[in-house]
Ligand binder design. Structure first.
Ligand code: F6P
Length: 472
């Protein structure tokens, strides 16, 4: 039976080197958590990097065997490739550019060459797994060249591509020296998906202006094939989050946190360490809230979880220092013997503890500078069984296109953010319930299963259309 092969830079399991040997743990990030629920079905599999540099062939063999048991096939990267392709071109060039941090990208031919080489490495790994009838679904900005490489090797294969980050304006894309190659790489797919209509529009405009290929209702005719482009806002595994938050384990964690916090109200912030997430701006807004509303001091805390990420990339290391300093300054200024303004954790939380935090918090602050979608916003919504709680959401997160009942803010406007926090803290219960139930209905319906089903149906349709054209 034909299967679907999911391909992404990072596997949903990451392998860590510990003093006791190699340890296998769930990966962080929206892609891994979002697709993690579905890839195990129907004999499907996942090809990607296990997140560490293996030392020898026996270690490589061990990792390969372990991952195979869970339907994963690893692509091993050398230390140099991790530096040049992952930290370099993917996260030092494409990531800042696609998130509108236009001063940060590095333009370095050697990094680009590593990006091409590693995309080729992924191509070989996928070809080793893929039968002619299999569907190949490639994910994200680390693998923009892969669809075209696969197409060259397998002209008739069904290939989908989904971008999990924003696709920026043509004015940014045109700055990249390798802009044509990147767009042509994506066009190797039969279907290209984005989280929002806005990202899709930017892509179509870039393809028209840089490659001279117009579109008709999202269909691009290349000289050899036609490619469909569409928007598919990604969802979460709603029931998994709802059930986890309602579980006894989460309830036990809530009791434990409550006992420690007494009756202090909790504002929650959870992100990977990233300058796109607006973490420092959020801290400044919380400090402003305490300054403007002194009556809240002693009664509200910001519980901030920052999950370590990409700490070998210079901007991430300096952001970590900025956050440490800001937290220190706010706590030094306002804390009392019995109250801590900011509870700051620089680590990942196990799933049931996370569920406890979602359940505990009255307000979630999801205020990225730019974000393709942001699934934390949806996870918070799914966790609120009693429909109490307020989501403060950046207008520049893809999720804001759907979650109109959140308090929508401009994340750079510190004053507006502080006022939104205040509004959330004084919002009447009925209004909270009204907003939350509207958002829950949407997040429940357009969950990750609906998202992948829709994408796969559309991909099958795109392929049929092509076959019809070829035989016409
Ligand atoms: O959603 C964007 C993304 O880069 C995913 O591709 C990735 O799984 C996640 O963020 C985490 O990033 P990284 O794999 O670099 O830790």
């Amino acid at each position: 039976m034909p299967k679907t092969i999911i391909v992404s830079n990072r596997l949903p399991t990451k392998v860590l080197r510990t003093p006791d040997g190699l340890s296998f743990q769930p990966s962080e990030g929206g892609l891994a958590t979002g697709l993690g629920s579905i890839y195990r079905q129907d004999g499907n599999m996942w090809v990607g990097w296990p997140g560490l540099f293996v030392e020898d062939e026996s270690e490589e063999g061990f990792v390969r065997t372990q991952l195979a048991e869970d339907s994963m096939a690893p692509v091993f990267l050398t230390e140099q490739e991790i530096h040049d392709y992952y930290e370099g071109f993917s996260n030092g060039t494409l990531w800042p550019m696609f998130h509108y941090f236009a001063q940060l990208p590095v333009f370095d031919e050697a990094l680009w060459e590593a990006y091409v080489t590693v995309n080729q490495k992924f191509c070989q790994a996928v070809l080793a797994q893929a039968g002619p009838e299999d569907t190949i679904w490639v994910h994200d900005y680390q693998l923009l060249l892969l669809p075209q490489m696969l197409r060259a090797a397998r002209p008739h294969s069904t290939i989908g591509f989904f971008l999990h980050i924003p696709f920026p304006s043509y004015e940014l894309i045109r700055i990249l020296p390798w802009r044509r190659e990147l767009l042509e790489g994506m066009l190797g797919a039969d279907l290209i998906g984005f989280h929002t209509f806005g990202y899709m529009r930017h892509f179509l405009s870039s393809v028209a202006q840089l490659l001279g290929l117009p579109n008709q209702h999202g269909r691009i005719e290349t000289p050899t094939r036609s490619v469909l482009v569409d928007a598919f806002p990604m969802g979460i595994d709603y029931e998994r989050y709802a059930q986890a938050a309602a579980s006894e384990a989460a309830q036990a964690h809530v009791q434990e946190y409550r006992a420690a916090l007494k009756d202090v109200r909790v504002i929650l912030s959870i992100d990977r360490l990233d300058y796109t997430k607006g973490i420092a701006q959020r801290l400044r807004a919380f400090a402003l809230l305490l300054q403007r509303y002194p009556e809240l001091r002693g009664h509200v805390s910001l519980l901030m979880v920052v999950v370590p990420s990409r700490d070998q990339v210079a901007q991430y290391a300096s952001l970590k220092e900025e956050i440490d300093e800001l937290v220190g300054r706010i706590n030094a200024q306002y804390r009392t013997i019995s109250w801590n303004p900011v509870h700051y954790f620089y680590r990942a939380f196990p799933f049931d503890e996370l569920a406890g935090l979602y359940r505990l918090a009255e307000v979630a602050m999801v205020t990225p500078m730019r974000d393709g979608m942001n699934l934390v916003a949806k996870e918070f919504v799914a966790s609120k069984a009693d429909q109490r709680g307020v989501l403060i959401l950046s207008e520049r997160a893809g999720a804001a296109r759907e979650l109109a009942d959140a308090l929508i803010v401009n994340p750079t406007d510190t004053g507006q953010l502080a006022e939104a926090l205040h509004e959330a803290l004084v919002m009447p219960d009925e209004e909270q319930e009204h907003r939350m139930s509207n958002m829950q209905a949407l997040v429940k319906r357009y969950n990750v299963f609906a998202w992948s089903r829709l994408f796969m149906e559309r991909l099958a349709y795109a392929k049929t259309q092509q076959l019809n054209l070829a035989t016409a």
